[in-house]
Design a binder for this molecule. Structure first.
Ligand code: G3H
Ligand code: 13P
Ligand code: ZN
Length: 312
């Protein structure tokens, strides 16, 4: 089926009451773990690449890895998306490089400036058949090299979404309702609560329009414990409760971003492997179980959190 845009995926997700998983990819094993799970579970998927991933792996390698997945799994829809595009030039480079979707993240800019930059990206992307995700509101946590404290984060203002969407022409909108980037989110003993009231207010003002949640890792305790048991020093954190994400996926939320959980699975598995096999040094031997655990974690997300298994 080749690479697809998210248009059709979101239409079906909206009416079907589920969300598409958007997983960050940085190397071959991550691409393989995610797409093997999606192929087995017959789930559409968004593979996304950040500015940091482009700098690490070289955009050409990432594009080719995703193309390899498309060739291996022709029966599932796969979109290639730029995550947190920082400026017009980066978005343009991805549009020119064959991405099917880009995010322009000008959410830290004033409203009018966010609109102007987003509109510029939309005009270029749409002229090339590429869709655009934009963002309103500010999430807490760490994304690329930007760190936002909880005090500096701010929920999306529902009264702004309609004007933003109609003036920019964007295709989906990331909103801030209490999720947070990174693997350190939410202190043990607290009760994270997404602001469903804000989500539903936004939904009401832009009916039928796909909403995106960033910062939606749930920090699996199994992997935090594994990392710490085998020499790591991860502070305790509890992530976004999965039942709340499942509830969000039933609403207008059509795309849920998960990155940190996959990193925890990979790191925990490799740490455990080395501790148990100090004599081993073949990367294939330690990357194989890491890839297998990413696959199982993605399978769990597709079935129990996103609800998109069987929707390809
Ligand atoms: O929100 C950011 C994503 O988790 C990507 O992280 O910038 O470290 O690649 P990264
Ligand atoms: P997490 O850090 O919660 O996995 O969020 C990922 C994300 O939003 C990527 O854009
Ligand atoms: Zn994000």
């Amino acid at each position: 089926m080749g690479l697809v845009t998210t248009t059709e995926m979101f239409k079906k997700a909206y009416s079907g009451g589920y969300a598409i998983g958007a997983f960050n990819v940085n190397n071959m094993e991550i691409v393989q773990g995610i797409t093997e799970a999606c192929a087995e579970e017959k789930a559409p998927v968004i593979l996304q690449v950040s500015k940091g991933a482009r700098a690490y792996a070289n955009p050409v390698y990432l594009k080719k890895l995703v193309e390899a997945a498309v060739e291996c799994y022709p029966d599932i829809p796969i979109a290639l998306h730029l995550d947190h595009g920082p400026d017009f030039e980066t978005c343009k480079s991805c549009v020119d490089g064959g991405f099917t979707s880009v995010m322009i993240d000008a959410s830290s800019k004033p409203f009018e400036e966010n609109i102007a930059i987003t509109k510029q990206v939309v005009e270029y992307a749409h002229a090339h058949g590429v869709v655009v995700e934009a963002e309103l509101g500010t999430l807490a946590g760490i994304e690329d090299d930007v760190k936002v404290s909880a005090e500096d984060s701010s929920y999306t203002r529902p009264e702004e979404v309609e004007e933003f969407v109609s003036r920019t022409g964007c295709d989906s909108l990331a909103i801030a309702i209490g999720t947070s980037h990174g693997a350190y989110k939410f202190k043990p003993g607290t009760k994270p609560q997404l602001r469903f009231d804000v989500l539903h207010e936004c939904e009401k003002r832009i009916p039928g329009f796909p909403i995106v949640l960033h910062g939606s890792s749930s920090v699996p305790q199994e992997y935090v414990t594994m990392i710490n048991t085998f020499g790591g020093a991860m502070p305790g954190a509890i992530g976004v409760p999965e039942d709340q994400l499942r509830e969000a996926a039933r609403s207008a939320v059509c795309k849920i971003n998960i990155d940190s959980d996959l990193r925890l699975a990979m790191t925990g598995t490799i740490r455990k492997f080395f501790a148990e096999h100090p004599e081993k040094f073949d990367p294939r031997e330690y990357l194989k179980p890491a890839r297998a655990n990413i696959k199982e974690l993605v399978r769990h997300k597709l079935i129990d959190v996103l609800g998109c298994a069987g929707k390809a």
